[in-house]
Ligand binder design. Structure first.
Ligand SMILES: Nc1ncnc2c1ncn2[C@@H]1O[C@H](COP(=O)(O)OP(=O)(O)OP(=O)(O)O)[C@@H](O)[C@H]1O
Length: 837
C-alpha cells in the first residue's frame, strides 16, 4: 500500500510487506520541494521546480506503490500457495504412507497373521511422522511470524503518528533528518526481516526437499539441477533407498513430480518475488539515502542561513539599541532642559508669589514634617506624609490609599535640619532690624515638633536662639545703634504668666490703652547683647514653663509660649530711629483627649489649649472672610496675637506634622488649617521708622513742590491692631526704662484706632512706585509740631491697606524717584531690602 499526499497536510505513508512507513509532511515537502529546488532562487522558479520535482517524485512513488502492491499480492499468493503445497504434500505423504503400509503388509505376511492394526506401526516415530511433525512446527512458526508482523505494523503506525506535527524551520529540518533516518532504519529492518524470511523459506524449501528425498521422491524432478545441490542428490539417493529416484517411471512418482514441479515453480516464483522486493527495497533505501543526504544538505544550508540571519538580526538589534539609546539620551536631555525650565519657572512663580504675598500681606505658611519618634510606635510602613522633590511647596498625604494634596509656601521633610528651617525665616528676622514687626508661630498637634523647631535642644537650637544670634550679628557692625531686649511669657490655662518672674503675686494682664494698643503692665523685659545672656534667659523660661509627660509627648508643653524680642535702632548721625518687634510663639499642641488619655490637671490643660486654638481658628476664619468683627478677645492667645494676626506685621506660621498614619487625622486638620491661614490677607506690612525733624522738613519741602497727595485710608483706623510702636504701652512695657522711644513718643506711627484726621501725618511711598514694589512702602510719621507743609489737614501719606480711605496720591515720577532715593540713603538701615523673603 502506498499513501502519499503531495502538497497536502496529511503525512505521506506507504506500506511495504505488511509494514507501513510514514513520511512526515515536513519530510515530504523537503524531499519533494526543498531538496529539488534552490532556496532563494525566487518564488515562481522555486515553485515550478518544486512542482516538477514533486511530480517526478510522485510518479516514482506511484511506481513504487504499484510494485509494492504487486509484491504484497504475490507474497500473499505465494503464502497461500505454500499452504496449499503443504496441504498437498500432507495428502501426498499420507497417501504415500498408506501405500507404504500396504507394501509392508504385502511383504511381511506375519503382520497380517498377527492381525496387528496398521496404526500400530505409527506408534513408532517413522521418518514420515517426523516430517509431518516438522511441517506442523513450521506451520506454527509461520503463524507466530505473521502475528509478529501484525504487531510490528501496529507499532509502526503509532510511532508514525507521533512523528507528524508542525515545527519551525529548524525543528522541521531536524525532524526531516530524524524522519529520514527513521525511514532508513525501517527499510533496513524490513530488509533484515525479508532476509530472514528468505532464509527461512530457503530452509523450509530445503527441509521439504529433504523430506521429499526421504519419502523417496526424485528431487531432481521437482528442482532444477542448477538449484539442487550435489549433497541433496547424494542424500536423496543414499537415504532409505526407496528406489523411486531415477527416471521416475512409477505413476506415483510421476504424480508427485508434477505436483512438486508446480510447488517448486511456486516457491521459485515466491523467492523471485521476494528477491525483487528486496531489490526494490534496497533501491528505495538508496533513494531515501540519497534524499536524506539532500535533505541533510538543505538542512545544513538552512542552518547556515539561519545563522547568518541571526547574525544580521543581532547587528540590526544592536543598531536599533544604539539608536534607542541615542533617542533616550536626547529625550533625557530634553527632559532635563524641561525640568530646568520648570524649576526656573517654579522659582519665578515663587518669587512672584512672595511678592503677591507681600502685597496682600498674606500669612506665609511653612510645613515641617518631623521624623518618627518612639511615641509613634513601631509602624514601619506607616509613613503617610510625603513631599515632592521637584516642588517643595506640595505636601501629599496618603489617606487610606487616596492622595490628598496641600499647598504651603515651603515644606521641610523629615530630614530637614534646624539651620535649613531657619534659613527660610532668616530674611523675615532680618527685617525686624529694618523696623518691621514680625511674628513666627509654630502650630500643630501635640508631639509634632513645635518646641523642637522653635526652641530646639541645647545641642541643636531652634529658631528662637538662631534669630537672636542673627540679630546680634546683623546689628553688631552697623552705623546704627541698636538695643535688643527680650521678654518671655506663657499662657497657661488662660492665665498670662511671666516666665522671667515667677512671683505668684505677679499676675499679668493684657490691657488696652485708650488711644489703642495693648500692653502688659509688669512684664519683665531684659536687654540682651550676646548669646550667653539669651541662653540664660531661655533657661529660666524653660525652667518655668509648664510641661508634663503625656501619652503623646514625654515633655509636652501645656502652655502657649511667647518670646518677644524688641529691636530699637537709632542712627546717631541723622537721629533717625527704628523699632522692630519679633514675636516667636510656640503654641501648645492640640490634642485628642481620647488619645492622650488626659485626666485631672492634664485634662483641664488640654481643654484650655484646645479652646484657645479653636479661638485662633475663629479669628483666622473671620480674617479670611474679611468679617467686620474679628473675635480676638475670645481667648488670651488671640488677644495677644492680635497685632501679628490682624495688624501691621509680617506673619509666618510653621505647621508641624507627624509623618505616621496613626496621626493622619490631626495632620490633615493641621494642614487644612494651614491652608486657611495662608489665604488670610493682612495687607502690606509697614516699617516703623522715625526720621529726624530736619530730614522730615527737607522731605516735606521736596514733596510739597507741585505735588498733590492722595490719602489712602488706613484699616488701622478701624482695626484694633497692636502696634509695636513706642506709642503702644504694651511695647513700651517691653522697652527698658528711659528708652528714647517711649510711649509718649508720637513719632512712630500708631495707625491703630487713630482717626486719620488726628493721626500724625505719615509719609508713605506708594507701592505703585517703580522702585518700591511689593512691600516697599515706608511709613514716615511726622511730628505734629513740624513746620512741614504736610499738615494734618493736608493730604497724608500713610500705609496703603485694603479698605482704607484714600485719596489719589499723584507725584511726578522724578520726584517720586528722588524721594525714594533720599529715603533709602538716609532712612533705610543697613539691611534695607526691597524684597521680602
Ligand atoms: N525635626 C525633628 N528632629 C528630631 N526630633 C524631633 C523633631 N521634631 C520633633 N522631634 C522630637 O519629637 C518629640 C516631640 O517634639 P516636641 O516636644 O517639639 O513636640 P511639640 O509639638 O512641641 O509637642 P507639645 O505640643 O506636646 O509640646 C520630641 O522628642 C522631639 O525631640
Amino acid at each position: 500500500m502506498l499513501r502519499y499526499n503531495i502538497g497536502g497536510s496529511a503525512c505521506g505513508s506507504f506500506s511495504a510487506y505488511g509494514k507501513r512507513i510514514y513520511i512526515s509532511p515536513s519530510l515530504s515537502q523537503d524531499v519533494l520541494g526543498l531538496v529539488g529546488g534552490t532556496k532563494g532562487s525566487g518564488e515562481g522558479q522555486d515553485g515550478h521546480c518544486q512542482s516538477g520535482n514533486a511530480k517526478a517524485e510522485h510518479d516514482r512513488e506511484e511506481r513504487v506503490k504499484r510494485r509494492l502492491l504487486q509484491l504484497e499480492r504475490s507474497h500473499k499468493e505465494s503464502m497461500q500457495d505454500k499452504d496449499d503445497t503443504i496441504l498437498n504434500l500432507r495428502e501426498l505423504i499420507s497417501e504415500h504412507e498408506r501405500k507404504l503400509f500396504e507394501l509392508e503388509t504385502n511383504t511381511d505376511g506375519n503382520r497380517n497373521a498377527q492381525n496387528l492394526p496398521p496404526s500400530a506401526s505409527y506408534r513408532h516415530p517413522t521418518p514420515t511422522q517426523k516430517l509431518l511433525d516438522q511441517i506442523e512446527k513450521l506451520q506454527k512458526e509461520k503463524e507466530i511470524l505473521l502475528l509478529k508482523v501484525a504487531e510490528y505494523e501496529c507499532t509502526e503506525s503509532s510511532s508514525d503518528l507521533r512523528l507528524s506535527g508542525d515545527f519551525d524551520v529548524t525543528s522541521q529540518m531536524g525532524s526531516c533528518t530524524t524522519d529520514t533516518e527513521k525511514e532508513l532504519m525501517l527499510i533496513k529492518r524490513d530488509k533484515h526481516y525479508l532476509d530472514r524470511e528468505i532464509t527461512k523459506l530457503r530452509q523450509e524449501n530445503k527441509q521439504l526437499r529433504e523430506m521429499l528425498v526421504k519419502c523417496g521422491f526424485d528431487v531432481s524432478l521437482v528442482i532444477p539441477s542448477g538449484q539442487l545441490g550435489q549433497d541433496d542428490i547424494l542424500k536423496s539417493s543414499g537415504e532409505k533407498g526407496f528406489g523411486i529416484s531415477g527416471s521416475g517411471s512409477s505413476p506415483m512418482s510421476q504424480l508427485l513430480s508434477s505436483q512438486d514441479m508446480e510447488n517448486k515453480v511456486n516457491k521459485d516464483q515466491e523467492i523471485a518475488i521476494l528477491r525483487g522486493k528486496f531489490k526494490k527495497l534496497g533501491q528505495n533505501a538508496m533513494v531515501v539515502d540519497h534524499d536524506f543526504v539532500d535533505v541533510k544538505t538543505a538542512y545544513l544550508a538552512l542552518k547556515a542561513e539561519v545563522k547568518v540571519i541571526t547574525g544580521s538580526f543581532g547587528m540590526v538589534i544592536a543598531e536599533m539599541q544604539r539608536e534607542i539609546q541615542l533617542a533616550l539620551a536626547d529625550i533625557n536631555a530634553q527632559n532635563k532642559d524641561l525640568v530646568d525650565k520648570y524649576l526656573r519657572e517654579m522659582k519665578l512663580r515663587k518669587k512672584y508669589h512672595n511678592e503677591l504675598v507681600d502685597l496682600r500681606g498674606n500669612i506665609r505658611v511653612l510645613c515641617r514634617v518631623r521624623p518618627p519618634i518612639k511615641e509613634d510606635g513601631t509602624e514601619e510602613d506607616g509613613i503617610v506624609v510625603t513631599l515632592d522633590t521637584n516642588d517643595d511647596s506640595l505636601v501629599t498625604i496618603n489617606n487610606k490609599g487616596r492622595n490628598q494634596f496641600f499647598d504651603v509656601d515651603k515644606a521641610f521633610g523629615m530630614n530637614s535640619t534646624q539651620s535649613q528651617v531657619f534659613e527660610e525665616v532668616s530674611a523675615l528676622v532680618r527685617s525686624v532690624i529694618d523696623g518691621y514687626n514680625v511674628c513666627i508661630f509654630a502650630y500643630g498637634q501635640t508631639g509634632s515638633g513645635k518646641t523642637f523647631t522653635m526652641e530646639g535642644p541645647r545641642s541643636d537650637p531652634g529658631i528662637n536662639q538662631r534669630a537672636l544670634q542673627l540679630l546680634f550679628e546683623e546689628t553688631r557692625d552697623s552705623e546704627w545703634e541698636y538695643e535688643i531686649s527680650a521678654s518671655v511669657m506663657e499662657i497657661y490655662n488662660e492665665t498670662l504668666r511671666d516666665l522671667l518672674n515667677m512671683d505668684a503675686s505677679n499676675k499679668l494682664e493684657v490691657r488696652m490703652r485708650s488711644e489703642g494698643g495693648l500692653y502688659v503692665p509688669g512684664l519683665v523685659t531684659v536687654p540682651v547683647s550676646k548669646l550667653d545672656e539669651v541662653n540664660k534667659l531661655f533657661e529660666t523660661g524653660r525652667k518655668n514653663r509648664a510641661t508634663a509627660s503625656t501619652n503623646m509627648n514625654e515633655h509636652s508643653s501645656r502652655s502657649h509660649c511667647l518670646l518677644c524680642v524688641t529691636v530699637r535702632g537709632q542712627n546717631p548721625t541723622t537721629g533717625s530711629k527704628s523699632l522692630g518687634r519679633l514675636n516667636l510663639v510656640d503654641l501648645a499642641g492640640s490634642e485628642r483627649v481620647s488619645k492622650s488619655m488626659a485626666d485631672g490637671t492634664r485634662l483641664k490643660e488640654a481643654q484650655n489649649i484646645n479652646k484657645s486654638l479653636a479661638c485662633l481658628g475663629d479669628v483666622i476664619h473671620a480674617l479670611r472672610n474679611k468679617h467686620g468683627h474679628v473675635p480676638y478677645r475670645n481667648s488670651k492667645l488671640t488677644y495677644l496675637l492680635q497685632d501679628s494676626l490682624g495688624g501691621d506685621s509680617k506673619t509666618l506660621m510653621i505647621v508641624q506634622v507627624s509623618p505616621v498614619e496613626k496621626n493622619i487625622n490631626e495632620t490633615v486638620c493641621t494642614l487644612t488649617f494651614g491652608q486657611r491661614v495662608r489665604n488670610v490677607e493682612l495687607g502690606s506690612a509697614t516699617k516703623n521708622v522715625d526720621l529726624n525733624k530736619s530730614l522730615q522738613a527737607s522731605l516735606g519741602r521736596q514733596l510739597s513742590v507741585k505735588t498733590s497727595f492722595s490719602t489712602p485710608s488706613s484699616p488701622s483706623a478701624t482695626s484694633p491692631l497692636l502696634s509695636p510702636s513706642a506709642s503702644s504701652p504694651f511695647i513700651s512695657s517691653l522697652l527698658p526704662h528711659g528708652s528714647p522711644l517711649t510711649s509718649s513718643t508720637p513719632q512712630l506711627s500708631s495707625r491703630k484706632k487713630t482717626p486719620s484726621t488726628l493721626r500724625p501725618p505719615a509719609l508713605t511711598a506708594s507701592s505703585s512706585s517703580p522702585q518700591l514694589t511689593g512691600s516697599k512702602k515706608v511709613s514716615l510719621p511726622l511730628n505734629k509740631q513740624t513746620t512741614s507743609p504736610i499738615t494734618p489737614q493736608s493730604p497724608t501719606l500713610t500705609s496703603k491697606r485694603p479698605g482704607t480711605l484714600s485719596s489719589p496720591l499723584t507725584m511726578s515720577p522724578n520726584k517720586t524717584n528722588q524721594m525714594h532715593r533720599l529715603i533709602r540713603s538716609t532712612v533705610a538701615p543697613r539691611n534695607f531690602k526691597h524684597e521680602r523673603t
